[in-house]
Design a protein around this ligand. Structure first.
Ligand SMILES: [Zn+2]
Ligand SMILES: [Zn+2]
Length: 291
């Protein structure tokens, strides 16, 4: 079960990252119009530095998946005398209502634990030693999603992600657990992919955060601590800087568009004003040629 869960996790992580790698290098306008910020991708900025960071990221993701995931699962089984609590029986496969209720419960548990643990990891006394590693990525790309210090990965990602399953125990089927882990991994990849896909299914979740929301957390290193929902950030005023930034960006774009419109109007007017004198010059040139 431990090896299967680790393989399940690394397979989905590798598959998603390969898909994103294709999208980044394709540079197709369909995807590029969703790019969150104007900064170049890290491999276009400094190839040498990127190769070093990529190697480090791959090693970290490998270690986290094959060491941290099984160890955390063993740890979560401690209270049950190391007996896996999930329901494995085929006849007890969940109906859609039980499945939806289990997933919603896991999302709510993960979100509250992730929010407070993430804020704790940003405490300046411990930040440089643990969470700073994840913030090496100033702009978000998919591989950054699981590039974090093992302590950060266990306490900031795996334990919050397992909390719902630990509480539910036998009331949760193993299939639900596998789909939940896939959903959580996809959510963090979506949040780190660097594109704000308006059609992402995660945007359908009420009070959902977004890829731009987490990208702001990386680029400004302030606020926006939540994963699935924005309400804990709103309740503790941790996303006001982000909304102010969004408002200012919107105002700036509107101002630039107005200036562009006014400039175009001026150019058109000038062209119209100059048209009669241009015609007169052309007529004079014609007359001189005839003479
Ligand atoms: Zn952070
Ligand atoms: Zn992040």
């Amino acid at each position: 079960m431990l090896i299967f869960t680790s393989l399940w996790h690394i397979f989905w992580l590798a598959f998603s990252n390969l898909c994103m790698w294709g999208i980044y290098h394709l540079e197709h306008p369909f995807f590029e119009r969703y790019k969150i910020n104007t900064m170049p991708w890290p491999w276009n900025e400094n190839r040498q530095e990127w190769n070093i960071l990529l190697k480090k990221s791959l090693k970290t993701c490998f270690f986290n998946s094959f060491v941290c995931v099984p160890l955390t699962l063993i740890g979560t089984l401690y209270s049950d005398n190391f007996v896996v609590a999930y329901d494995f029986s085929v006849e007890n496969l969940p109906d859609w209502k039980t499945f939806a209720a289990n997933i919603t419960f896991c999302m709510l548990c993960e979100d509250v634990a992730f929010h407070f643990m993430h804020r704790f990891l940003h405490w300046k006394v411990i930040y440089p030693y643990i969470h700073k590693q994840h913030h090496q990525y100033i702009t978000t790309i998919s591989i950054a999603a699981e590039y974090s210090h093992p302590i950060d990965y266990v306490f900031g990602a795996l334990i919050p992600g397992s909390l719902g399953g630990i509480i539910l125990g036998r009331r949760m089927h193993f299939v639900t657990f596998l789909l939940w882990s896939l959903m959580r991994t996809s959510e963090t990849l979506d949040g780190h992919c660097g594109y704000e896909f308006s059609w992402s299914p995660y945007r359908l979740i009420p009070f959902s955060t977004s890829a731009a929301y987490h990208d702001f957390h990386h680029s400004h290193n302030v606020g926006n601590y939540s994963s699935f929902f924005s309400f804990w950030d709103t309740l503790f005023a941790q996303n006001k800087d982000y909304y102010q930034f969004q408002e200012k960006t919107k105002e700036l774009i509107e101002k630039l568009e107005k200036e562009k419109e006014a400039f175009n109007e001026q150019v058109n007017k000038k062209l119209q004003d100059d048209a009669p004198s241009k015609r007169a010059t052309e007529e004079l040139e014609e007359t001189l040629k005839e003479d």
